[in-house]
Design a protein. Structure first.
Length: 383
């Protein structure tokens, strides 16, 4: 954590643009506690025992609920301890026998995902992210010389860019998957947090009607219920859950039965749906004022105006290095995540700019506006 400038410490606390975590008021703690209490008293034998053999793909009740939520066959679902574990298992599964370990991702993308893929031996390469998704001309060019093991995408309210991939680009990506024979991983933790416009189709759904296309969808309850429950999941073709269960069995057997049953009851009782509505209501005004504040302080540098999720991002023109910009921002009382860290190793923000991810979900209107005003002042002064 960065300390604020000592002379400002009391009057102007640091504005943290550094973490994409749910605000406490977006987590229905009391309702989850009540559900947990009733599970503990009614079914202790079920939740304190190992998951039954053959159930290492996830709790049956939770898979049924997730299947109903996504209108897919529950047998296509595999439950994980949060979606990061899904990324880890999928990377292991997809890269194990891959002749080439090339992975393509949006630039910028979610830094932890890149680290996971690299840990499994992947060479991750960035394709520029535009305001409506991946630059498909660049992608096609790359595919001509090398077909990746997989392409990793965050198509809804992307972290860190805030961008949603257009319907047209989704269709083309699915078509390219079939034509060139690569898998697409679509990571959708923010998808339900839409507060304007209409949702484009899931790539996984589009793939169902394109022969040879292969899409694995990765979901999470972290942003719609609670990140502490650590419930994530994969929706894939019928063989996928079994293959991933073999990896699970050799390491941790299964996610915690208690947390899975609590998550299943949160769906069954309507809590998940209600909470999604609550979170949308909470985020929408924060988003609207944040967009206004960015326009006012930083001009039209934003990559897009997101219609949901947590993030606004900008490529801010500066006359200095990222290093110096971050140091000056810290001295001014603004904590940022290093923007270049969101870029896979062979890519970088456009020259003459720093990339700023500005999460608005957990800040008050005043804090957010104060933060971007300080950033504008830093950019103006920095040489
Ligand atoms: N994918 C993306 C794109 C994310 O932004 C995050 C969390 N910030 C995750 C995965 C991890 O989510 P989980 O809590 O389900 O592991």
């Amino acid at each position: 954590m960065t300390s604020p400038n000592p002379k400002d410490a009391v009057t102007s606390p640091t504005v943290h643009f550094s973490r994409g975590i749910p605000p406490l008021e977006a987590i229905p703690s009391a309702d989850i506690a009540e559900l947990t209490g009733s599970v503990l008293s009614a079914e202790p034998d079920r939740v304190f025992q190992y998951a039954p053999i053959g159930r290492h793909t996830g709790d049956r009740e939770l898979r049924d609920q997730l299947g109903a939520f996504h209108s897919v066959d529950p047998d296509r679902i595999f439950v994980t301890n949060g979606s990061l574990q899904a990324l880890d298992l999928l990377a292991a599964h997809l890269l194990k026998d891959a002749p080439r370990k090339k992975v393509l991702a949006e630039a910028p993308t979610y830094d932890r995902a890149v680290q996971i893929f690299e840990r499994h031996g992947a060479q991750v390469s960035g394709i520029p992210l535009r305001g409506d998704g991946l630059d498909l001309d660049v992608l096609r060019e790359r595919l001509r010389t090398e077909v990746p093991a997989f392409v990793y995408l965050i198509p809804d309210f992307q972290n860190p860019g805030g961008v949603t991939t257009s319907e047209e680009k989704r269709r083309e990506l699915v078509r390219l998957s079939a034509e060139f024979g690569f898998t697409i991983l679509e990571d959708i933790p923010y998808r339900e947090l839409r507060f304007a416009g209409t949702a484009p189709t899931l790539l996984g759904e589009l793939a169902e009607s394109v022969e040879g296309a292969r899409v694995l969808t990765i979901g999470s309850l972290s942003k719609i219920l609670s990140p502490g429950l650590r419930v994530g999941y994969v929706i894939g073709p019928p063989g996928t859950p079994g293959a991933l269960a073999a990896l699970a069995e050799s390491t941790y057997l299964s996610p915690a039965p208690l947390l899975q049953v609590v998550a299943a009851r949160a769906f069954a009782s309507g809590l998940v749906r209600r909470n999604i509505d609550e979170v949308r209501k909470l985020l929408r005004p924060r988003h609207d004022t944040a967009v206004e504040a960015v326009r006012k302080a930083l001009g039209e540098a934003a990559l897009c105006v997101p219609e949901g999720g947590y993030y606004i991002s900008v490529h801010l023109p500066v006359r200095t290095t990222e290093e110096k910009f971050l140091a000056a921002a810290a001295a001014e009382g603004v904590a940022l995540t290093r923007g270049s860290a969101f870029y896979p190793a062979d890519s970088a923000p456009p020259s003459g700019t720093v990339f700023l991810r500005l999460p608005f979900q957990a800040l008050s209107d005043e804090e957010f506006a104060e933060g971007v005003t300080r950033l504008a002042a830093v950019a103006q002064r920095a040489e």
